[in-house]
Design a protein around this ligand. Structure first.
Ligand SMILES: [Fe+2]
Length: 383
């Protein structure tokens, strides 16, 4: 039996959302090889695929499906690096005892869940990561922020996972909240409490002006060694899109020993393996340097300013798909093709139970060649 893939119908306000699809008639516990092939292509084509009604899904099945995208490897996307206590991701994840490749995350006191006797979970709140904190009254009035725009990746030693699966087992009541950007613009976004926000790296590339498209093609991104420790004292912009430069990054002496060959340098543009389309794909918070035409910029503040110019348009409200979770949704997203962010301010009484799974990839991202980029050059000469 085949299933139906329905592209997400964007609302008027989502004029820049050209990705995302829903599947309502598939049971992931009974996924055939043929089904998987279709699902795999759908993930690379639509970037974010929501499979509804999977409340019965076993963690082992989530792991096995995620692993089919990356059959060669068995290492969690962050390896063991996320466990270092000061790491900015350590606090948000913990492995399930029976299927440690699957991470439990969420909010509230969780009891007797998938081998976990009892655990207090906390939904990441911008106050622990942003440089500025929203006034209490605003939060009480239902305002919130994007927590951190990112792809799931260690960005040191290990290659970024190709896909991530995110299983929404239990959600809090679907109150509405308003994301405020607080960056000198009046930008806001109406969302459901606890949404996960996505933007397309392909759209991010398409909307760049010609000069930035060309610059992106000539630029490589150098990630900091031990990036999540390196940034652990620094603070984020109010949009959650990259860091504020206050000189708070850890120095080499403060970090564990650095292996030069483990440092990750990737092109700024990555090619989609199914559509061959070009994606602007950068994890802004972890970037230490940009290398343009082989020359390092070498000034972190300028690097971040330039990156923000590249990436800020991509998170404009009209470009964001904020998924409205139902209990039992399994979302598989192309982690090398989109950025995503946790969103929302949950109360102590709210409960959210999620499971996340991804694998570090055996292969680096696919670079964009001169040939791939040629149509964008032609566009200029004709103009
Ligand atoms: Fe994530």
């Amino acid at each position: 039996m085949t299933f139906t893939i329905e592209p997400i119908k964007p609302t008027k306000a989502q004029s820049g959302v050209d990705f995302g699809a829903m599947i309502n008639d598939l049971d992931l516990e009974k996924l055939s090889d043929h089904d998987f092939e279709i699902l795999r292509d759908a993930v690379y084509t639509y970037q974010v695929v929501v499979i509804r009604n999977q409340s019965h899904l076993q963690p082992k099945t989530q792991y096995e499906i995620t692993k089919r995208f990356e059959p060669e490897v068995d290492t969690y996307g962050h390896g063991g690096q996320h466990r270092a206590q000061q790491s900015v991701i350590a606090r948000d994840l913990s492995p399930l005892p029976d299927v440690p490749q699957v991470q439990l995350l969420g909010h509230g006191l969780i009891k007797n869940y998938q081998g976990v006797e009892e655990r207090q979970l906390t939904h990441p709140h911008h106050k622990v990561f942003h440089q500025t904190v929203m006034p209490k009254e605003d939060e009480e009035a239902g305002k919130t922020r994007f927590y951190r725009w990112h792809m799931d990746a260690a960005l040191y030693k290990l290659n970024p996972p190709k896909v991530t699966s995110l299983f929404g087992f239990k959600n809090p009541e679907p109150r509405r909240q308003t994301v405020v950007y607080d960056d000198g613009t009046d930008d806001t976004l109406d969302v459901q409490l606890g949404t996960t926000a996505f933007i397309s790296g392909q759209h991010a590339f398409e909307i760049l002006p010609q000069d930035l498209k060309e610059l992106a093609f000539r630029t490589k991104v150098k990630y900091a060694p031990h990036p999540y420790l390196w940034m652990s004292k620094a603070r984020s912009r109010s949009t959650g899109l990259g860091m504020v430069s206050e000189g708070k990054e850890l120095s080499e002496e403060e970090l564990p020993p650095i292996e030069e060959e483990a440092i990750k340098i990737y092109p700024m543009l990555w090619k989609n393996p199914v559509t061959n389309k070009i994606h602007l794909q950068v994890h802004p918070a972890a970037v230490q340097d940009l290398i343009i035409d082989g020359k390092s910029m070498g000034d972190l503040e300028k690097v971040r300013e330039l990156l923000y110019k590249f990436q800020r348009p991509s998170i404009n409200p009209e470009n964001v798909y904020a998924h409205e979770w139902n209990d039992g949704d399994l979302v598989i997203f192309h982690n090398r093709g989109v950025l995503h962010s946790v969103v929302g301010s949950l109360k102590d009484t709210d409960v959210r139970i999620f499971q996340q799974c991804n694998m570090a990839s055996a292969e680096p991202p696919i670079p964009v060649t001169e040939e791939d980029f040629a149509p964008y050059r032609v566009a200029t000469s004709k103009a």
